[in-house]
Design a protein around this ligand. Structure first.
Ligand code: SAH
Ligand code: SF4
Length: 431
């Protein structure tokens, strides 16, 4: 979501005459887009902005800005402004549309702006300056109403708002026409799409229309909240070849007691039952999840419940996090905060277990034929390109950059921990 916000910021900058610099040394403006979901980003940001002090001294015309949801917290924005007087522009996620005015004030009036408001100012149809095809992302909604007790998102991103289906369909159609082959539909909780709209539509309905009416070859979406993932949605996925067989279903914990404290509104059993239905409706689905360890009050037994759920489900991938105290959230005030060393022990155990399962899931692909949408040149292997399978697994194989944007049949020959390797099967190149 933040990456797509950066594309929208780039779109605003392009509309007032800025163009992307080849490298940071050549830039007239350096704008940091931040995230506050976990605290390590905050430390990194202060370090990275601090490093620009010298550059500013050498080049008086250089403009520096910091934005994103970390700045949506007024106290953090003020701290940044006090620590680094050379930063010209600071603004939150709700003040993106005012960027041209802030730049004008900085360039022509020498004025500094700090803008953090509660009301969002950016119309959803703001044109984004996107990465080149084939991959694209489209917001279907903003904000979140769930208030999971550990999470800061509802405070910085505000209440849930869905975009109209016509607007979304128009945007996806435009992308398909412009040569994008894949779209990622984005929302903090896509399954509650449609609430509050005048039209009668839910996420399953939207997904079906995107699949049928836009010409987009591949459709993915993120994130599904397990409490709202409906059978209707799974049935729509099963009916449409162009909806990818990939589902990200953050479980957060395998302990029903911790799930209740997290305010997730499902139990371990509800989650396992959902996974059973997913696999029954869509055999071979790639499943990924998010997990937090070290939530306040998490006992060894709760932690073991998480490990046993991971063993039982056998996710293809998991994004694992150490619980991070976010000021103002309910969990920050809870008793039984876990000490850092213990959190580290738990995360290492979880990462090891999931690493082994991911590797085994990758190994199971060796010998299979997959249709890969080529995204880019491989950064690791010269002369290779990389892309994803329908299920979202990354595959590297020998090939020319001219293949980028094409669907290539590939035989998987080798599996590593996070990536598959393959070779091109010549002949059919159709999706
Ligand atoms: N809306 C999505 C998640 C958005 S945040 C959902 O509900 O699934 C992405 C992930 O960051 C979360 O799934 C969670 O695992 C993690 N996360 C959020 N707040 C956190 C915190 N305070 N500490 C550690 N991890 C956190
Ligand atoms: Fe945060 Fe929960 Fe909303 Fe996800 S659903 S953004 S974890 S409050």
């Amino acid at each position: 979501m933040n990456a797509h916000d950066s594309e929208r910021l780039a779109g605003i900058l392009a509309s007032v005459g800025f163009a992307p610099a080849e490298e940071m040394g050549q830039a007239d403006l350096i704008l940091f887009n931040t995230c506050c979901v976990r605290d390590n980003a905050e430390k990194k940001l202060f370090g990275n902005v601090g490093k620009l002090k010298q550059k500013k001294r050498q080049n008086k015309k250089l403009l520096v800005g910091v934005c994103g949801c970390m700045m949506q917290q007024a106290d953090v924005a003020e701290k940044l402004a006090d620590t680094f007087p050379f930063v010209n522009i600071i603004f939150g996620t709700h003040n993106m549309a005012a960027l041209p005015e802030m730049l004008y004030a900085a360039i022509f009036l020498g004025e500094r702006t700090l803008a953090v408001s509660d009301q969002e100012d950016l119309p959803d149809e703001t044109p984004a300056l996107r990465a080149k095809p084939p991959l694209s992302a489209v917001n279907i909604m903003q904000g979140c109403d769930n208030f999971c007790s550990y999470c800061i998102v509802p405070y910085v991103r505000g209440r849930e708002r869905s975009r109209s289906s016509e607007e979304i369909l128009r945007e996806v159609r435009g992308l398909a026409k412009a040569g994008y082959q894949e779209v990622m539909l984005l929302g903090q909780n896509v399954n509650s799409y449609g609430k509050g709209l005048a039209e009668n539509i839910d996420f399953a309905g939207l997904l079906e229309r995107v699949a049928e009416e836009t010409g987009m070859k591949r459709i993915r979406f993120m994130t599904s909240h397990p409490k709202d993932a409906s059978q209707r949605m799974l049935d729509v996925m099963a009916r449409h070849e162009n909806i990818c067989r990939q589902l990200h279903l953050p479980v957060q914990s395998g302990s029903s007691r911790i799930l209740r404290l997290m305010n997730r509104r499902y139990t371990r059993e509800d989650y396992l039952e959902l996974i059973r239905r997913v696999r029954e409706t869509l055999p071979g689905m790639t499943l990924s999840t998010d997990i937090i360890v070290g939530f306040p009050g998490e006992t060894e037994e709760d932690y073991q419940d998480t490990l046993s759920l991971v063993r039982e489900v056998r996710f293809d991938a998991a994004y694992t996090f150490v619980y991070s105290i976010r000021r103002g959230t309910r969990a920050a005030a809870m008793e039984g905060q876990i000490d850092e060393k213990e959190k580290q022990r738990r995360i290492v155990g979880l990462v090891d277990l999931q690493g082994q399962i991911t590797y085994e899931s990758n190994l199971a692909h060796v010998g299979r034929r997959e249709l890969v949408l080529v995204e880019d040149e491989s950064r690791r292997d010269a002369g290779h390109v990389c892309g994803r399978t329908d299920g979202g697994k990354m595959v590297n194989f020998p090939g020319e950059p001219s293949l980028i944007g094409q669907f290539m049949p590939v035989e998987i020959t080798q599996a590593k921990k996070t990536t598959l390797y393959g070779r091109r099967i010549d002949g059919d190149t159709q999706a």
